[in-house]
Design a protein around this ligand. Structure first.
Ligand code: BES
Ligand code: MN
Ligand code: MN
Length: 453
């Protein structure tokens, strides 16, 4: 019988075509109209896990279902919990896609589709790595729990209660997640951190209705002007968040990590050009990669106010709304940030309007414990598969459940991602390199082999 790597090599074309079936299901979690598709994706996934030889089930939640699959035929070997998400972000704006988001298309060695990188493609790589062992050895080198949720992109509202209620079934020695990036093409990576998140809406209300801006302009406050003032108050001239107390819990990162970050092959000018911006900006005193990974931020995500149609309408709007998020770093806490933002808004709210803060969701930042046999196994597996030793990197994005896994299950998390910067996560033309899909499956098969040895 072939070895797992030989099996992978000779079945890559089928693995890809199966992934394309997965990617064709528009499992958009945020929009109610796709609830049926999201459920279909869960069923599809459970069936593939069953095909590989795991015991899979669909667990209903008040929202989208959880897919839970288990295999425990390796007594004495460690148990690995593999987490991923089968839901995807909405594909809009549709007319900016070069090929339809739910018709996976290969171009230039890339798989283009919504979810190719985030996270269906990466989740599926794990399942194929397991298949390679099962098909060649008739068993897995480690015990496995696969936990795939359909609500990651909407803040995992039902996953924390599920984990709390199923601690025994989810008991494991290690959590493995592929839902992040490699630092660059050909350069595999292990994550040392993820940022957390606090996401709000700020609602500003003025008069009883919109008003003629000539008849009333000058006598009552304009919610648009007021909201602009509020937003402007969120930063100082140094690019720091100007909310009192915001930095109190920000970890001063160790010199060794900052040196490792400085050693990475990053070029600000190339980065600037690729993004087509006139200049890079951010918090003074930190490099671009530090600003992305180990420093917190505050950003407007959306704005709503007044007349935005063609031409001019002289109107004094009576409401304005901004969606504002904060990326958090260890050891900031989203609930503390909510209190601080509330206090800040009370202090800066302009006269003549009412200001309301609505919390949408939050997640805590994560810092890896990058030591021990599991991390050594991951380093070796990535080096063997990619021909280059992995570099440590941070994650600018958030996967809030990681901290809950570590706390609730008492097992460390290992984050090794296979998408690339520029893969257009959450944007039009999302893609995953075919090369990473293939080498990633090899790396994961090697990792599971080493963890079991
Ligand atoms: N896979 C991403 C998170 C990610 C991407 C981390 C790249 C590190 C590097 C995940 O699906 C995601 O998009 N998370 C959301 C948070 C969630 C609460 C909506 C995010 O980071 O915006
Ligand atoms: Mn993701
Ligand atoms: Mn995402």
């Amino acid at each position: 019988m072939a070895d797992p790597l030989g099996f992978i090599e000779s079945h890559l074309a089928r693995f890809r075509s199966e992934l394309y079936d997965f990617l064709r299901i528009p499992s958009v979690s945020t929009a109610g109209e796709h609830d049926g598709d999201t459920r279909a994706a869960a069923h599809w996934l459970a069936q593939r896990l069953t095909d590989v030889g795991l015991t899979a089930e669909i667990v209903d939640t008040p929202g989208h279902p959880i897919v839970l699959a288990e295999w425990s035929g390796a007594p004495g070997a460690p148990t690995v919990l593999i987490y991923g998400h089968y839901d995807v972000q909405p594909p809009d704006p549709l007319d900016e896609w070069s090929s339809p988001p739910f018709e996976p298309t290969e171009r230039d060695g890339r798989i283009y589709a919504r979810g190719a990188a985030d996270d269906k493609g990466q989740l599926y790589m794990h399942i194929k790595a397991l298949e390679a062992h099962m098909a060649t050895a008739g068993s897995l080198p480690v015990n496995v729990v696969v936990l795939a949720e359909g609500e990651e992109e909407i803040g995992s509202p039902n996953l924390v209660p599920f984990v709390q209620a199923n601690l025994e079934r989810l008991a494991c020695d290690l959590v493995v997640i592929s839902d992040t990036e490699m630092f660059a093409e050909g350069l595999p990576s292990l994550l040392f951190s993820l940022r957390g998140l606090s996401y709000f809406e700020i609602h500003v209300k003025g008069a009883r209705s919109d008003l003629h801006s000539g008849n009333y302009g000058g006598s009552v406050a304009n919610p648009g002007n007021a909201l602009a003032a509020i937003i402007a108050s969120l930063h100082d001239a140094e690019g720091r968040v100007a909310i009192p107390g915001f930095y109190d819990d920000v970890l001063e990162w160790d010199a060794e990590t900052r040196e490792q970050i400085a050693d990475l092959p990053h070029d600000d000018e190339a980065y600037r050009q690729e993004l087509e911006v006139p200049a890079l900006t951010g918090e003074r005193g930190f490099t671009t990669l530090e600003r992305l990974w180990i420093r917190p931020t505050c950003d407007v995500n959306g704005l709503l106010c007044g007349y935005t149609g063609a031409g001019a309408k002289t109107v004094l709007p009576n409401k304005a709304m901004a969606k504002v998020s904060f990326r958090l770093v260890p050891s900031q806490n989203p609930s503390r940030v909510t209190e601080l933002v509330e206090e800040h808004l009370r202090a800066v709210a302009p006269k003549g309007v009412t200001v309301e803060l609505v919390e949408i969701h939050g997640g805590r930042p994560w810092k890896a414990k990058l030591e021990g046999p599991a991390f050594d196994a991951a380093r070796e597996a990535l080096e063997e598969a990619f021909g280059t030793a992995p570099v440590p990197m941070g994650g600018g994005g958030s996967i809030p459940i990681v901290v809950d896994f570590e706390e609730q299950l008492g097992a460390p998390a290992l984050l090794l991602g296979f998408s690339l910067p520029g893969c257009n996560l959450h944007a039009p033309d999302e893609w995953l390199p075919i090369d990473n899909f293939e080498k990633g499956i090899v790396a994961l098969a090697l990792l599971y082999g080493k963890l079991g040895a």
